[in-house]
Design a protein around this ligand. Structure first.
Ligand code: UDP
Length: 433
């Protein structure tokens, strides 16, 4: 396994962005968990929402005095083919895991478990199905399984396969109540919604002049309306549906452009190259459809610039664990149109903080409505930003996680020590990386 290096953070840096009482609550909780060795395990250090979360959660937990670490599996390619299939089944695709896929999954998890046994942890936090069996093999230590995917309509066989591991955990964490797997028997279940880190460059609104410059550099005309989707090229994100909706909207807004940002960085998504070819072919020779998959062209600044400059940001998913891309756009005050599924339904109050849609036609209609009514677009964008401020910023999520650690330690008979940290900003422990 590989340990991922993280940058530095302190809770103090969030002062002014989050409420003071939340800050105090986090300090109180962290005081009782000081020195706790929390090891997060997932499948990829870059690409996708889980890596996005861990790069900020881990340093913030460290700055609060926890001994937090982030480790990733290092499997062979066949493992990721098997786990992407498992992911698709858990999101409701028909079919089943083959014997070969099960064998590949179990063998890699056995190796991972053997490596994990060499580390001391007070709590293991295992993210998503890829390392679930490895966590199950570690008896005696509190374990949390954090499911980030939309398991509202899972394939029953795939669900049973994962449950055979995660039912040995102390707690299961989902992003929405309806994601609870039927038959889950872990002692605790928590619903913790993800969040974005307002301190990351990607999550800052890029000023208009700078955004125009970036758009020009990557080949988009900043003087014409732009709609964008920032998402892995994955059928669940419905990139072809996005193109259909754009085409319908373009009949009413002829100078409309579409940007699809789908940088292929996630090691655990072997489908991306195939979907890219399909999307490319589907877009045909339309010069107003811009598709980006190269990480040397699109980095955090470009993502932020596109999200900031877009008239509307889409996240037209067919299933969605949460959809951080939508949160990122909303925090920039940009109106969003999202699939009426999973975690997107928490974020988007239909007609208030954006629109939730069920079909391509609905998507196109909402797009045109926002593109042709700037007052409406501004109102929804402002409400979207406030919704993120109230619910979806990183410290709230870390607070929820600390509460869970405390609860499972108490379940195991280890009362959390009552050592609240002092309030004044200057007295926070320094970040370690
Ligand atoms: N992302 C990115 N560049 C891209 C496409 C996606 O940085 O070209 C990021 C996006 O900004 C977000 C994350 O990848 O932070 C995707 O997270 P989300 O929860 O939306 O979806 P997931 O990939 O986890 O299904």
């Amino acid at each position: 396994m590989q340990t991922v290096r993280v940058s530095r953070r302190t809770l103090r840096q969030y002062r002014g962005v989050i409420r003071d009482d939340l800050m105090q609550e986090i300090l109180d909780l962290a005081g009782a968990l000081r020195g706790l060795r929390v090891v997060h395990v997932n499948a990829t250090p870059v690409g996708g929402g889980v890596a996005e979360l861990l790069q900020s959660v881990v340093p913030l937990q460290r700055s609060l005095g926890l001994d937090a670490r982030w480790m990733v599996m290092e499997p062979e390619e066949a493992f990721f083919d098997a786990t992407k299939h498992l992911h698709n089944l858990l999101q409701g695709a028909p079919g089943e895991l083959s014997e070969d896929e099960r064998r590949t999954y179990l063998a890699c998890n056995e190796r991972t478990a053997a490596e994990m046994r060499r580390f001391r942890a007070d709590v293991w936090v295992i993210h998503d199905p890829q390392p679930a069996a490895a966590g199950a093999a570690l008896a005696g230590v509190p374990r949390i399984w954090r499911c980030h995917i939309d398991t509202s309509q899972p394939n029953p066989e795939a669900a049973a396969f994962v449950l055979s591991f995660v039912n040995r955990y102390d707690a299961l964490v989902y992003s929405r109540p309806e994601f609870r797997l039927p038959g889950a028997a872990a002692p605790r279940v928590a619903i913790i919604e993800p969040a974005i880190d307002p301190l990351l460059a990607k999550n800052r609104r890029v000023p208009p002049a700078r955004a125009r410059e970036v758009l020009r550099r990557i080949g988009i005309d900043p003087t014409r309306p732009l709609v964008a989707q920032v998402a892995r090229l994955d059928p669940w994100k419905d990139p072809l549906g996005v193109i259909d909706a754009y085409r319908l909207a373009k009949r009413r807004v002829p100078d409309l452009q579409l940007a699809l940002l789908g940088v292929m960085a996630a090691k655990d998504d072997p489908e991306a190259a195939r979907v890219y070819r399909a999307v490319r072919a589907y877009a045909g020779d339309d010069p107003d459809v811009h598709i980006y998959v190269d990480g040397s062209v699109i980095g955090p600044l470009e993502v932020a610039a596109v999200q900031s400059a877009a008239a509307v940001v889409l996240q037209k998913s067919l299933r969605e664990g949460f959809g951080l891309s939508a949160t990122e756009a909303m925090w920039k005050g940009v109106p969003v149109v999202v699939g009426n599924v999973g975690g997107l339904r928490s974020q988007v109050v239909d007609g208030v903080t954006g629109y939730c849609v069920n079909t391509v036609e609905e998507c196109a209609e909402r797009l045109v409505r926002l593109l042709t009514n700037r007052t409406l677009a501004r109102r929804l964008g402002r409400a979207a930003r406030e919704r993120v401020r109230d619910h979806y910023l990183l410290p709230r999520m870390v607070r929820d996680e600390l509460r869970l650690y405390q609860a499972i330690l108490e379940d195991r008979g280890r009362p959390a020590a009552a050592r609240p940290l002092a309030v004044p900003a200057a007295s926070e422990p320094a970040a370690a990386s």
